[in-house]
Design a protein around this ligand. Sequence first.
Ligand code: CP
Ligand code: NVA
Length: 307
Amino acid sequence: ETTTMQEPPRHFLDLSLIETPVLRRILDSAVRFKRAGRSAARPLAGRALALIFEKPSTRTRVSFEMAMRGLGGDVVMLSSREMQIGRGETVADTARVLSRYVDAIMLRTDRESKLRELATYATVPVINGLTERSHPCQVMADVMTFEERHGPIAEQKIAWVGDGNNMAKSWIEASARFGFSLRLACPAELPPDAAALAWARAQGADIVLTGDPAAAVAGARCVVTDTWVSMSDDDTESRHNLLAPYQVNERLMTRAAPDAIFMHCLPAHRDEEVSAGVIDGPQSVVFDEAENRLFAQQGILAWCLGG
Ligand code: CP
Ligand code: NVA
């Protein structure tokens, strides 16, 4: 058929690159997959997903594998160290070759440019499993988790406290896509991605950036933080010093709404970015977030591989 144009693959690279109705559809199907549990249909039977990790992972690795298997599909788990890419084969050639074997590719890398190159040359969907700049799969699971507890996230107030890192960027993009208010408290030296902020505000997002954690958290129904030292960062004393005033602890949580929940994508460092009392306390939903990675990713996979 020479007259039909090949549809481009449905990449899941960033929340800013996917329209709101599609993201909403993904979350709706995530909720349905969760309700169906193990009795879910097998819509991805006969399909295969390659997972490439250039960085460590516990949740992303296991949840993607179980998500794909749960929908009837197969997975190929790859560490870049064991691939030819680790000895200089180009990302473009890797993309073209893997596209001949599998139906989708997830990549975790600390160079976003590699993810973009993979997506440019792959003829199958490419999924962002975390880069140094963003972590959209995690924030999909987090929005799902918020809505399980508090209902629709639109118009609600979410506070991000800490490093302006990859998670912060995906929360900024989510604020524009899902219509919630975002208050970010970050040290001036570790600000969130300026281009993402400008993009989200141009979309009409209500985002305030401050250096004051108490101001950011005031009245919030969800308080989110993350590690002080991400996988792409050097573990310096200055990072710890800059971020120490941004610890989420019981005192800070009293400023939030009385029914506020606490979120963290994990892995966490107790009594660094969050006090043990908060992360192990009744407001914490961190293991629900981890669980929901499974279902959010089933929604993402079903969309990427859907007809
Ligand atoms: N939250 C998250 O992505 O965890 P992993 O690094 O264990 O995959
Ligand atoms: N910001 C963290 C998230 C880990 C899931 C990192 O990039 O290491």
